[in-house]
Design a protein around this ligand. Sequence first.
Ligand code: PMP
Length: 311
Amino acid sequence: MQATEKIWMNGELIDWDDAKVHVGAHGLHYGSGVFEGIRCYETDAGPAVFRLTDHLRRLHQSAEILHMELPYSVEELRLATHELIALNGLSECYVRPIAFYGYGELGVHPRSNPVDVALMTWPWGTYLGQDALDKGIRAKVSSWKRVGPNTIPHVAKATGIYLNSMLAVIEATRAGYEEAILLTDDGHVADGSGENIFVVKDEVISTPHLSASILPGITRQVVIEIAHTLGYAVHEHHLIRSDLYVADELFMCGTAAEVTPVRSVDDHEIGDPGPVTKAIQDVFFAAVRGRDERFSRWLEYPEKTPAAPGS
Ligand code: PMP
């Protein structure tokens, strides 16, 4: 992780090295936090944050699910994000908002703990490498099942739930694969450790339904809309493991992973990225860099500071 100058923490801009929490923080002991992963891209009109407001709304929704009251509104966090990116002088970066129960009591119930909120920004290139974007990755179905909706609500992007993803990706990489695919307890395809999944078969695009314990990915919505624009129908329904093995094309998507082709699952060869994947990938990268007018509404630029009266 590349350090930048400042971190926004509880309303203040502090030096990167001073952004610390007490070891007694509730969030550290019980994973009681919510977070987001957002990308800011360089465009001809300057740095633009991709779907910033939607990500911050999801942060608020995740907090609500955990009975956590965020002390900052979507609008306050939105302005703070733009301010921080500018202050750190970044033209392209990853943005990580996090909110967690902080230092106070250490009982499981966080009744009197403060809610701490921080924003970090730093340069983060491709998540799985340029090769992954160009040629695709090898994935493995995990022996770990995705956390079910009545265990921890999967709709919340909560810190603690990521133990599930961490175990899965460690298992997959130790076995020589690049990414894990998790199934639900009843055998439906859910998502990757940090990505949603799309299958192309006979020119029909499918993706697991929101009820399959997936995180409702913002990139997933983006891909669905791009696919519609390209004239493809997208079916959201339950998929099973063998649907992955016999797919014509397969790809994963997420803020970090962007649109990453999958070239094999459990050693069933799917092959080089196919035409549908490539078409979606091309439009995606044009959209995030402000080169596709049809999707310019997804890019959020810092507001120009209004001129002072009389100036
Ligand atoms: N599924 C999981 C488990 C994730 O962690 C992520 C990354 N946030 C996604 C899907 C993709 O979500 P998004 O497109 O909003 O980044």
